[in-house]
Design a binder for this molecule. Structure first.
Ligand code: GLC
Length: 559
Protein backbone atom coordinates (compact mmCIF):
# COMPACT_ATOMS: atom_id res chain seq x y z
CA UNK A 1 0.00 0.00 0.00
CA UNK A 2 2.65 2.43 1.12
CA UNK A 3 4.86 1.56 -1.83
CA UNK A 4 2.10 2.21 -4.33
CA UNK A 5 1.36 5.57 -2.74
CA UNK A 6 5.00 6.45 -2.92
CA UNK A 7 5.12 5.47 -6.56
CA UNK A 8 2.02 7.54 -7.28
CA UNK A 9 3.68 10.57 -5.78
CA UNK A 10 6.88 9.85 -7.69
CA UNK A 11 4.90 9.72 -10.92
CA UNK A 12 3.69 13.23 -10.19
CA UNK A 13 7.33 14.28 -9.74
CA UNK A 14 8.04 13.45 -13.35
CA UNK A 15 5.59 16.12 -14.48
CA UNK A 16 6.44 18.94 -12.11
CA UNK A 17 4.69 21.77 -13.90
CA UNK A 18 6.79 24.42 -15.63
CA UNK A 19 6.38 28.13 -14.95
CA UNK A 20 3.10 29.45 -16.23
CA UNK A 21 1.28 26.23 -15.52
CA UNK A 22 1.72 26.75 -11.79
CA UNK A 23 -0.78 28.71 -9.77
CA UNK A 24 -0.06 32.37 -10.28
CA UNK A 25 -1.59 33.69 -7.07
CA UNK A 26 1.62 34.00 -5.07
CA UNK A 27 5.01 35.39 -6.11
CA UNK A 28 7.11 32.61 -7.63
CA UNK A 29 9.58 32.44 -4.75
CA UNK A 30 6.84 31.63 -2.25
CA UNK A 31 6.03 28.44 -4.14
CA UNK A 32 9.62 27.59 -4.89
CA UNK A 33 12.07 25.21 -3.27
CA UNK A 34 15.59 26.62 -3.27
CA UNK A 35 18.80 24.58 -3.30
CA UNK A 36 22.20 25.88 -2.31
CA UNK A 37 25.15 24.73 -4.41
CA UNK A 38 28.68 25.11 -3.05
CA UNK A 39 30.36 25.16 -6.46
CA UNK A 40 33.80 23.87 -5.40
CA UNK A 41 32.15 20.68 -4.22
CA UNK A 42 29.17 19.98 -6.45
CA UNK A 43 30.34 18.47 -9.74
CA UNK A 44 33.72 18.50 -11.48
CA UNK A 45 33.50 18.49 -15.29
CA UNK A 46 37.22 18.88 -16.07
CA UNK A 47 38.56 16.44 -13.46
CA UNK A 48 40.82 18.91 -11.67
CA UNK A 49 39.36 18.02 -8.27
CA UNK A 50 37.27 21.19 -8.02
CA UNK A 51 33.66 21.59 -9.00
CA UNK A 52 32.78 23.99 -11.82
CA UNK A 53 29.90 25.60 -13.71
CA UNK A 54 29.81 23.01 -16.49
CA UNK A 55 29.56 20.42 -13.74
CA UNK A 56 26.48 22.17 -12.35
CA UNK A 57 24.92 22.41 -15.82
CA UNK A 58 25.42 18.69 -16.28
CA UNK A 59 23.44 18.06 -13.07
CA UNK A 60 20.43 20.25 -13.84
CA UNK A 61 18.35 17.24 -14.82
CA UNK A 62 19.07 15.69 -11.43
CA UNK A 63 17.92 18.91 -9.74
CA UNK A 64 14.86 19.14 -11.93
CA UNK A 65 13.93 15.58 -11.14
CA UNK A 66 14.38 16.32 -7.45
CA UNK A 67 11.88 19.16 -7.83
CA UNK A 68 14.16 22.14 -7.22
CA UNK A 69 12.84 25.51 -8.52
CA UNK A 70 15.84 27.73 -7.84
CA UNK A 71 19.54 27.25 -7.27
CA UNK A 72 21.64 29.59 -5.17
CA UNK A 73 25.26 29.30 -6.22
CA UNK A 74 27.80 30.24 -3.53
CA UNK A 75 30.38 32.71 -4.88
CA UNK A 76 31.97 31.74 -8.18
CA UNK A 77 33.55 35.13 -8.97
CA UNK A 78 37.29 35.63 -9.46
CA UNK A 79 38.82 35.32 -6.02
CA UNK A 80 42.11 34.43 -4.34
CA UNK A 81 39.92 31.80 -2.62
CA UNK A 82 41.19 32.75 0.79
CA UNK A 83 37.66 32.25 2.16
CA UNK A 84 36.75 30.04 -0.82
CA UNK A 85 35.09 32.75 -2.86
CA UNK A 86 33.69 34.90 -0.05
CA UNK A 87 36.61 37.18 -0.87
CA UNK A 88 35.65 38.60 -4.25
CA UNK A 89 38.28 40.20 -6.51
CA UNK A 90 35.88 41.03 -9.38
CA UNK A 91 32.09 41.08 -9.04
CA UNK A 92 31.45 40.94 -12.77
CA UNK A 93 33.19 37.80 -13.91
CA UNK A 94 33.62 34.11 -13.23
CA UNK A 95 36.72 32.63 -11.65
CA UNK A 96 38.62 30.61 -14.30
CA UNK A 97 38.62 27.64 -11.91
CA UNK A 98 34.83 27.56 -12.36
CA UNK A 99 34.77 28.38 -16.08
CA UNK A 100 33.84 31.48 -18.06
CA UNK A 101 31.00 33.96 -18.34
CA UNK A 102 29.88 32.03 -21.41
CA UNK A 103 29.67 28.90 -19.24
CA UNK A 104 27.59 30.88 -16.79
CA UNK A 105 25.25 32.09 -19.54
CA UNK A 106 24.79 28.53 -20.68
CA UNK A 107 24.08 27.40 -17.13
CA UNK A 108 21.48 30.15 -16.69
CA UNK A 109 19.86 29.31 -20.04
CA UNK A 110 19.74 25.59 -19.35
CA UNK A 111 18.41 26.17 -15.85
CA UNK A 112 15.65 28.46 -17.10
CA UNK A 113 14.73 25.96 -19.80
CA UNK A 114 13.96 23.53 -16.98
CA UNK A 115 12.03 26.10 -14.93
CA UNK A 116 14.91 26.56 -12.47
CA UNK A 117 15.80 30.12 -11.44
CA UNK A 118 19.36 31.18 -10.68
CA UNK A 119 20.39 33.11 -7.57
CA UNK A 120 23.89 34.52 -7.14
CA UNK A 121 25.66 35.01 -3.84
CA UNK A 122 26.28 38.74 -3.39
CA UNK A 123 29.15 39.44 -1.01
CA UNK A 124 28.43 43.07 -0.29
CA UNK A 125 29.94 43.65 3.13
CA UNK A 126 33.55 43.26 1.98
CA UNK A 127 35.78 42.53 -1.00
CA UNK A 128 38.99 40.57 -1.28
CA UNK A 129 42.12 42.46 -0.24
CA UNK A 130 43.21 41.69 -3.82
CA UNK A 131 40.26 43.51 -5.39
CA UNK A 132 41.58 46.39 -7.57
CA UNK A 133 39.40 48.76 -5.50
CA UNK A 134 41.26 47.84 -2.33
CA UNK A 135 44.67 47.82 -4.01
CA UNK A 136 43.98 51.40 -5.11
CA UNK A 137 42.51 52.32 -1.75
CA UNK A 138 45.58 51.20 0.11
CA UNK A 139 48.04 52.73 -2.39
CA UNK A 140 47.94 56.15 -0.71
CA UNK A 141 45.88 58.22 1.70
CA UNK A 142 44.89 60.53 -1.14
CA UNK A 143 43.80 57.87 -3.63
CA UNK A 144 40.21 58.53 -4.81
CA UNK A 145 39.28 55.01 -3.64
CA UNK A 146 40.71 55.57 -0.14
CA UNK A 147 37.24 56.21 1.24
CA UNK A 148 35.76 53.09 -0.38
CA UNK A 149 36.96 51.19 2.69
CA UNK A 150 37.17 52.06 6.41
CA UNK A 151 40.58 53.55 7.19
CA UNK A 152 41.39 55.12 10.56
CA UNK A 153 44.36 56.15 12.65
CA UNK A 154 45.22 53.93 15.59
CA UNK A 155 44.72 55.09 19.15
CA UNK A 156 48.46 55.10 19.67
CA UNK A 157 51.52 53.07 18.66
CA UNK A 158 50.40 49.50 18.00
CA UNK A 159 46.84 50.25 19.15
CA UNK A 160 43.95 49.78 16.76
CA UNK A 161 41.18 52.43 16.61
CA UNK A 162 38.91 50.45 18.94
CA UNK A 163 38.27 47.02 20.50
CA UNK A 164 36.20 45.47 17.71
CA UNK A 165 37.01 41.83 17.00
CA UNK A 166 37.09 39.90 13.75
CA UNK A 167 34.52 37.14 13.42
CA UNK A 168 37.47 34.87 12.59
CA UNK A 169 39.43 35.83 15.75
CA UNK A 170 41.72 38.69 16.77
CA UNK A 171 41.32 42.40 16.13
CA UNK A 172 39.02 43.58 13.34
CA UNK A 173 41.69 46.11 12.35
CA UNK A 174 44.88 45.54 10.36
CA UNK A 175 47.70 48.02 10.10
CA UNK A 176 49.01 49.09 6.73
CA UNK A 177 52.67 50.02 7.26
CA UNK A 178 52.91 52.03 4.02
CA UNK A 179 50.12 54.51 4.77
CA UNK A 180 50.30 54.12 8.56
CA UNK A 181 46.58 53.61 9.09
CA UNK A 182 44.38 50.72 10.07
CA UNK A 183 41.67 49.23 7.85
CA UNK A 184 38.60 47.49 9.18
CA UNK A 185 37.50 43.90 8.44
CA UNK A 186 34.57 42.21 10.15
CA UNK A 187 35.96 38.92 8.85
CA UNK A 188 39.59 38.13 7.97
CA UNK A 189 42.25 40.70 7.12
CA UNK A 190 41.97 39.42 3.52
CA UNK A 191 38.33 40.64 3.51
CA UNK A 192 38.33 44.44 4.04
CA UNK A 193 34.90 45.98 4.67
CA UNK A 194 33.48 48.30 2.05
CA UNK A 195 32.38 51.74 3.22
CA UNK A 196 28.66 51.75 2.45
CA UNK A 197 28.40 55.38 3.55
CA UNK A 198 30.25 56.32 0.36
CA UNK A 199 27.73 56.84 -2.50
CA UNK A 200 30.30 55.67 -5.06
CA UNK A 201 30.47 52.26 -3.34
CA UNK A 202 26.70 52.03 -3.31
CA UNK A 203 26.49 52.95 -7.01
CA UNK A 204 29.16 50.42 -7.99
CA UNK A 205 27.52 47.63 -6.02
CA UNK A 206 24.03 48.40 -7.33
CA UNK A 207 25.49 48.19 -10.83
CA UNK A 208 26.65 44.67 -10.05
CA UNK A 209 23.02 43.59 -9.70
CA UNK A 210 22.25 45.08 -13.13
CA UNK A 211 25.21 43.30 -14.65
CA UNK A 212 23.92 39.94 -13.45
CA UNK A 213 20.42 40.80 -14.55
CA UNK A 214 21.82 41.03 -18.07
CA UNK A 215 23.21 37.52 -17.52
CA UNK A 216 19.85 36.13 -16.51
CA UNK A 217 20.23 36.17 -12.72
CA UNK A 218 16.91 36.06 -10.87
CA UNK A 219 18.04 37.23 -7.46
CA UNK A 220 20.72 37.43 -4.82
CA UNK A 221 21.57 35.87 -1.50
CA UNK A 222 22.99 38.78 0.47
CA UNK A 223 26.09 37.62 2.29
CA UNK A 224 26.82 39.03 5.76
CA UNK A 225 24.08 41.62 5.32
CA UNK A 226 23.95 42.30 9.07
CA UNK A 227 27.26 44.09 9.09
CA UNK A 228 27.20 46.59 6.22
CA UNK A 229 27.46 49.60 8.53
CA UNK A 230 29.61 50.60 11.48
CA UNK A 231 29.17 53.27 14.12
CA UNK A 232 30.78 56.44 12.65
CA UNK A 233 32.18 57.31 16.10
CA UNK A 234 33.73 53.81 16.31
CA UNK A 235 32.66 53.37 19.93
CA UNK A 236 34.14 50.35 21.74
CA UNK A 237 31.86 47.33 21.97
CA UNK A 238 30.91 46.21 25.48
CA UNK A 239 32.85 43.16 26.63
CA UNK A 240 31.09 40.28 28.35
CA UNK A 241 32.27 37.65 30.80
CA UNK A 242 34.24 34.70 29.40
CA UNK A 243 36.26 33.97 26.30
CA UNK A 244 35.17 33.04 22.77
CA UNK A 245 36.38 30.08 20.70
CA UNK A 246 39.49 32.05 19.66
CA UNK A 247 40.46 32.82 23.25
CA UNK A 248 39.43 36.49 22.88
CA UNK A 249 37.10 38.24 25.34
CA UNK A 250 33.40 37.70 24.61
CA UNK A 251 31.88 40.84 23.18
CA UNK A 252 28.51 42.23 22.22
CA UNK A 253 28.78 43.66 18.71
CA UNK A 254 26.69 46.67 19.55
CA UNK A 255 28.39 49.16 17.24
CA UNK A 256 29.28 47.09 14.17
CA UNK A 257 26.39 44.68 13.71
CA UNK A 258 22.75 45.26 12.63
CA UNK A 259 22.90 49.03 12.65
CA UNK A 260 19.74 50.94 11.83
CA UNK A 261 21.39 52.31 8.65
CA UNK A 262 21.17 48.82 7.13
CA UNK A 263 17.47 49.24 6.56
CA UNK A 264 17.56 52.42 4.51
CA UNK A 265 20.25 50.80 2.36
CA UNK A 266 18.23 47.64 1.86
CA UNK A 267 15.22 49.68 0.80
CA UNK A 268 17.34 51.34 -1.87
CA UNK A 269 18.79 48.03 -3.03
CA UNK A 270 15.31 46.56 -3.18
CA UNK A 271 14.18 49.29 -5.56
CA UNK A 272 17.05 48.46 -7.88
CA UNK A 273 16.45 44.71 -7.81
CA UNK A 274 12.66 45.11 -8.04
CA UNK A 275 13.13 47.09 -11.23
CA UNK A 276 14.77 44.00 -12.71
CA UNK A 277 12.45 41.43 -11.17
CA UNK A 278 15.20 40.04 -8.95
CA UNK A 279 14.57 38.80 -5.43
CA UNK A 280 16.63 39.19 -2.28
CA UNK A 281 17.46 36.45 0.20
CA UNK A 282 19.24 37.47 3.39
CA UNK A 283 21.94 35.85 5.45
CA UNK A 284 20.28 37.32 8.50
CA UNK A 285 21.75 36.06 11.78
CA UNK A 286 19.13 37.46 14.10
CA UNK A 287 18.80 36.87 17.83
CA UNK A 288 15.10 37.51 18.12
CA UNK A 289 12.02 37.38 15.98
CA UNK A 290 11.70 41.15 16.39
CA UNK A 291 15.07 41.55 14.71
CA UNK A 292 14.16 39.13 11.94
CA UNK A 293 10.95 41.04 11.33
CA UNK A 294 12.82 44.27 10.68
CA UNK A 295 14.53 42.70 7.67
CA UNK A 296 11.27 42.28 5.77
CA UNK A 297 10.94 46.07 6.01
CA UNK A 298 8.12 48.03 7.63
CA UNK A 299 6.29 47.98 4.28
CA UNK A 300 7.67 44.71 2.97
CA UNK A 301 10.17 46.84 1.14
CA UNK A 302 13.47 45.27 2.20
CA UNK A 303 14.46 41.58 1.90
CA UNK A 304 11.73 39.25 0.59
CA UNK A 305 13.38 36.19 2.09
CA UNK A 306 15.39 36.80 5.28
CA UNK A 307 16.55 33.39 6.46
CA UNK A 308 15.48 32.32 9.93
CA UNK A 309 18.74 31.05 11.44
CA UNK A 310 17.20 30.81 14.89
CA UNK A 311 15.57 27.67 13.46
CA UNK A 312 19.04 26.19 12.82
CA UNK A 313 20.23 26.90 16.34
CA UNK A 314 17.77 24.36 17.72
CA UNK A 315 20.26 21.54 17.66
CA UNK A 316 18.09 18.82 19.06
CA UNK A 317 14.90 17.04 18.16
CA UNK A 318 12.74 19.08 20.46
CA UNK A 319 9.03 19.36 19.76
CA UNK A 320 8.53 22.33 22.04
CA UNK A 321 11.45 24.33 20.67
CA UNK A 322 10.54 23.77 17.05
CA UNK A 323 6.86 24.43 17.74
CA UNK A 324 7.78 27.69 19.40
CA UNK A 325 10.17 28.80 16.65
CA UNK A 326 7.68 27.93 13.90
CA UNK A 327 5.02 30.04 15.63
CA UNK A 328 7.46 32.92 15.92
CA UNK A 329 8.52 32.65 12.28
CA UNK A 330 4.85 32.59 11.29
CA UNK A 331 4.34 35.88 13.08
CA UNK A 332 7.24 37.68 11.37
CA UNK A 333 6.35 37.46 7.69
CA UNK A 334 6.70 34.85 4.94
CA UNK A 335 9.00 32.33 6.68
CA UNK A 336 12.23 31.06 5.14
CA UNK A 337 13.25 27.72 6.61
CA UNK A 338 16.80 26.43 6.51
CA UNK A 339 18.24 23.37 8.28
CA UNK A 340 21.79 23.50 6.96
CA UNK A 341 24.30 25.38 4.83
CA UNK A 342 28.03 25.71 4.12
CA UNK A 343 28.68 27.33 7.51
CA UNK A 344 27.23 24.73 9.89
CA UNK A 345 27.40 21.01 10.55
CA UNK A 346 25.02 19.09 8.29
CA UNK A 347 21.52 18.45 9.58
CA UNK A 348 21.96 14.65 9.26
CA UNK A 349 24.79 14.89 11.78
CA UNK A 350 23.28 17.56 14.04
CA UNK A 351 19.97 15.78 14.50
CA UNK A 352 20.92 12.11 14.04
CA UNK A 353 20.96 10.01 17.24
CA UNK A 354 23.25 7.36 15.73
CA UNK A 355 20.45 4.80 15.74
CA UNK A 356 17.61 6.29 13.73
CA UNK A 357 19.56 8.63 11.46
CA UNK A 358 17.70 7.68 8.29
CA UNK A 359 14.28 8.18 9.86
CA UNK A 360 15.39 11.44 11.48
CA UNK A 361 16.71 12.81 8.17
CA UNK A 362 13.28 12.16 6.62
CA UNK A 363 11.55 13.64 9.65
CA UNK A 364 13.52 16.88 9.39
CA UNK A 365 12.88 17.03 5.65
CA UNK A 366 9.17 16.51 6.18
CA UNK A 367 9.05 19.35 8.66
CA UNK A 368 11.08 21.76 6.56
CA UNK A 369 9.12 21.02 3.39
CA UNK A 370 5.58 21.04 4.74
CA UNK A 371 5.66 24.24 6.76
CA UNK A 372 4.17 27.44 5.39
CA UNK A 373 7.13 29.24 3.91
CA UNK A 374 10.00 28.81 1.49
CA UNK A 375 12.56 26.08 2.18
CA UNK A 376 16.21 26.38 1.20
CA UNK A 377 17.97 23.01 0.92
CA UNK A 378 21.71 22.52 1.07
CA UNK A 379 23.29 20.20 -1.50
CA UNK A 380 23.63 16.65 -0.21
CA UNK A 381 20.90 16.97 2.42
CA UNK A 382 18.64 15.06 0.06
CA UNK A 383 20.96 12.02 0.15
CA UNK A 384 21.84 12.17 3.86
CA UNK A 385 25.37 13.53 3.64
CA UNK A 386 27.17 13.88 6.96
CA UNK A 387 29.69 16.24 8.50
CA UNK A 388 33.00 14.82 9.62
CA UNK A 389 35.60 17.28 10.83
CA UNK A 390 39.24 17.01 9.81
CA UNK A 391 41.24 15.10 12.40
CA UNK A 392 44.54 16.96 12.04
CA UNK A 393 45.16 20.67 11.90
CA UNK A 394 47.40 20.28 8.84
CA UNK A 395 44.42 18.96 6.86
CA UNK A 396 42.22 21.99 7.57
CA UNK A 397 41.48 24.20 4.56
CA UNK A 398 38.96 26.65 6.04
CA UNK A 399 40.67 29.78 7.48
CA UNK A 400 38.19 29.73 10.34
CA UNK A 401 39.43 26.26 11.33
CA UNK A 402 43.06 27.29 10.92
CA UNK A 403 42.71 30.23 13.32
CA UNK A 404 40.29 28.51 15.69
CA UNK A 405 41.88 25.02 15.99
CA UNK A 406 41.23 22.97 18.09
CA UNK A 407 38.11 24.61 19.59
CA UNK A 408 36.87 25.64 16.17
CA UNK A 409 37.65 23.06 13.49
CA UNK A 410 36.15 25.05 10.66
CA UNK A 411 33.61 24.23 8.00
CA UNK A 412 35.42 21.72 5.78
CA UNK A 413 33.26 18.91 7.15
CA UNK A 414 30.06 20.25 5.59
CA UNK A 415 31.68 21.24 2.31
CA UNK A 416 32.86 17.84 1.16
CA UNK A 417 32.24 16.66 -2.42
CA UNK A 418 28.71 15.79 -3.45
CA UNK A 419 28.19 12.04 -3.45
CA UNK A 420 26.99 11.09 -6.90
CA UNK A 421 27.74 7.38 -6.92
CA UNK A 422 29.59 4.54 -5.21
CA UNK A 423 32.47 4.94 -7.69
CA UNK A 424 35.88 6.27 -6.65
CA UNK A 425 35.68 9.78 -5.14
CA UNK A 426 31.91 9.33 -5.02
CA UNK A 427 31.77 10.06 -8.76
CA UNK A 428 32.59 13.73 -8.03
CA UNK A 429 35.93 13.75 -9.87
CA UNK A 430 38.50 11.46 -11.44
CA UNK A 431 41.18 13.83 -10.14
CA UNK A 432 42.07 14.42 -6.49
CA UNK A 433 39.13 16.08 -4.73
CA UNK A 434 40.02 19.32 -2.94
CA UNK A 435 38.49 17.93 0.25
CA UNK A 436 38.25 14.25 1.09
CA UNK A 437 35.06 12.46 0.12
CA UNK A 438 33.05 11.48 3.18
CA UNK A 439 33.23 7.80 4.14
CA UNK A 440 29.44 7.53 3.98
CA UNK A 441 29.44 7.81 0.18
CA UNK A 442 29.18 4.07 -0.55
CA UNK A 443 25.64 3.89 0.79
CA UNK A 444 24.60 7.54 0.62
CA UNK A 445 24.87 8.66 -2.95
CA UNK A 446 22.53 9.82 -5.67
CA UNK A 447 22.90 6.73 -7.89
CA UNK A 448 22.25 4.11 -5.21
CA UNK A 449 19.44 6.10 -3.61
CA UNK A 450 17.82 6.71 -6.96
CA UNK A 451 17.12 2.99 -7.22
CA UNK A 452 15.84 2.58 -3.67
CA UNK A 453 12.23 3.67 -3.08
CA UNK A 454 12.91 3.80 0.67
CA UNK A 455 15.95 6.06 0.38
CA UNK A 456 16.24 9.59 1.71
CA UNK A 457 16.48 10.82 -1.89
CA UNK A 458 13.25 9.08 -2.89
CA UNK A 459 11.55 10.59 0.14
CA UNK A 460 12.71 14.11 -0.76
CA UNK A 461 11.46 13.64 -4.31
CA UNK A 462 8.08 12.47 -3.08
CA UNK A 463 7.82 15.35 -0.64
CA UNK A 464 8.74 17.92 -3.26
CA UNK A 465 6.30 16.47 -5.74
CA UNK A 466 3.55 16.53 -3.15
CA UNK A 467 4.40 20.08 -2.14
CA UNK A 468 4.34 21.34 -5.71
CA UNK A 469 0.89 19.99 -6.37
CA UNK A 470 -0.83 20.63 -3.06
CA UNK A 471 -2.88 23.79 -2.56
CA UNK A 472 -2.70 23.32 1.20
CA UNK A 473 1.08 22.90 1.32
CA UNK A 474 1.73 25.80 -1.04
CA UNK A 475 -0.72 28.35 0.26
CA UNK A 476 -2.58 26.95 3.24
CA UNK A 477 -2.57 28.42 6.71
CA UNK A 478 -0.46 26.78 9.39
CA UNK A 479 -2.54 25.49 12.32
CA UNK A 480 -0.65 23.88 15.19
CA UNK A 481 -2.40 20.83 16.69
CA UNK A 482 -2.26 19.44 20.22
CA UNK A 483 0.24 22.03 21.37
CA UNK A 484 1.04 20.42 24.70
CA UNK A 485 2.19 17.17 23.09
CA UNK A 486 5.91 16.73 23.86
CA UNK A 487 6.51 13.76 21.54
CA UNK A 488 4.57 14.57 18.40
CA UNK A 489 4.77 17.75 16.37
CA UNK A 490 1.53 18.00 14.46
CA UNK A 491 -0.08 20.67 12.36
CA UNK A 492 -2.70 21.18 9.73
CA UNK A 493 -2.19 23.12 6.53
CA UNK A 494 -5.53 24.47 5.39
CA UNK A 495 -6.48 26.28 2.22
CA UNK A 496 -9.94 26.84 0.77
CA UNK A 497 -9.40 23.88 -1.58
CA UNK A 498 -7.56 21.37 0.58
CA UNK A 499 -6.67 20.40 4.15
CA UNK A 500 -3.66 18.36 5.09
CA UNK A 501 -2.37 17.16 8.44
CA UNK A 502 1.32 16.60 9.07
CA UNK A 503 2.16 14.39 12.02
CA UNK A 504 5.80 14.02 13.01
CA UNK A 505 6.98 11.65 15.73
CA UNK A 506 9.91 13.42 17.39
CA UNK A 507 10.57 10.50 19.72
CA UNK A 508 12.33 7.12 19.67
CA UNK A 509 9.16 5.39 20.90
CA UNK A 510 6.04 4.50 18.92
CA UNK A 511 3.29 7.08 19.31
CA UNK A 512 -0.38 7.19 18.64
CA UNK A 513 -1.83 10.55 17.70
CA UNK A 514 -5.52 11.38 17.68
CA UNK A 515 -6.32 14.64 15.93
CA UNK A 516 -9.52 16.40 16.92
CA UNK A 517 -11.21 15.29 13.71
CA UNK A 518 -14.36 17.21 14.50
CA UNK A 519 -12.55 20.48 15.07
CA UNK A 520 -10.75 19.86 11.77
CA UNK A 521 -14.11 19.29 10.08
CA UNK A 522 -12.94 15.86 8.87
CA UNK A 523 -14.17 12.29 8.84
CA UNK A 524 -11.37 10.13 10.25
CA UNK A 525 -12.48 7.15 8.17
CA UNK A 526 -11.98 9.07 4.94
CA UNK A 527 -8.46 10.27 5.72
CA UNK A 528 -6.17 9.74 2.76
CA UNK A 529 -2.54 9.04 3.61
CA UNK A 530 -0.38 10.82 1.05
CA UNK A 531 3.09 10.08 2.29
CA UNK A 532 4.28 8.12 5.27
CA UNK A 533 7.43 6.58 6.70
CA UNK A 534 5.51 4.64 9.35
CA UNK A 535 6.82 1.11 9.69
CA UNK A 536 5.28 -2.05 11.03
CA UNK A 537 1.74 -0.77 11.50
CA UNK A 538 -1.02 0.70 9.41
CA UNK A 539 -0.96 4.49 9.52
CA UNK A 540 -4.46 4.96 10.89
CA UNK A 541 -6.30 2.70 13.31
CA UNK A 542 -9.51 3.54 15.20
CA UNK A 543 -9.25 7.22 14.37
CA UNK A 544 -5.65 7.40 15.56
CA UNK A 545 -2.53 7.97 13.52
CA UNK A 546 0.01 5.28 14.43
CA UNK A 547 3.63 6.31 14.31
CA UNK A 548 6.79 4.23 14.53
CA UNK A 549 9.89 5.96 16.03
CA UNK A 550 10.75 9.22 14.28
CA UNK A 551 8.22 8.58 11.55
CA UNK A 552 6.17 10.94 9.44
CA UNK A 553 2.56 10.76 8.31
CA UNK A 554 1.12 13.31 5.90
CA UNK A 555 -2.56 12.90 5.15
CA UNK A 556 -5.31 14.71 3.27
CA UNK A 557 -8.54 15.30 5.15
CA UNK A 558 -12.02 14.73 3.76
CA UNK A 559 -15.41 15.62 5.17
C1 GLC B 1 29.12 34.50 5.28
C2 GLC B 1 29.38 33.24 4.52
C3 GLC B 1 30.61 32.58 5.08
C4 GLC B 1 31.76 33.53 4.93
C5 GLC B 1 31.46 34.88 5.56
C6 GLC B 1 32.44 35.92 5.14
O1 GLC B 1 28.85 34.25 6.62
O2 GLC B 1 28.26 32.41 4.55
O3 GLC B 1 30.89 31.37 4.45
O4 GLC B 1 32.92 33.00 5.51
O5 GLC B 1 30.20 35.37 5.14
O6 GLC B 1 32.22 36.30 3.82
Amino acid sequence: MRKSLLLAVLAVAAVVPAWGQKQQSAPWWQHAVFYEIYPRSFADSNQDGLGDLKGITAKLDYLHQLGVDAIWISPCYPSPQYDFGYDVADYENIDPMYGTLADFDKLAREAHRRGIRVIMDFVLNHTSSQHPWFLQSKSSRSNPKRDWYIWRDGKGAGQPPNNWQSDFGGSAWSFDAATKQYYYHYFEAQQPDLNWRNPAVEAAMFDVTRFWHRHGVDGFRLDAVDTLFEDPALRDNPTLAGKNEFGDAEMKNLYNDKLEENHAELRKLRQVTDANGQILIGETWTDSIGELKTYYGAHDDEIQMPMDFMFTTINKISVSEFRRQIALAESAGWPVFVIGNHDMARSYTRYGDGQHNEAIAKLMAAMQLTLRGTPILYYGEEIGMETHQPERKEDVKDPLGVSGWPQQKGRDGERRPMQWSAAENAGFTRGTPWLPVDAGYKTHNAAVEDRDPQSILSFYRSLLALRHTSFALLDGDYLPLDESNAQVLAYARKSAKESIVVVLNFSAAPQSFAPDWKALGADAAKTEVLLSTVEGTSSIKDGKIQLSPFSVCIARLHK
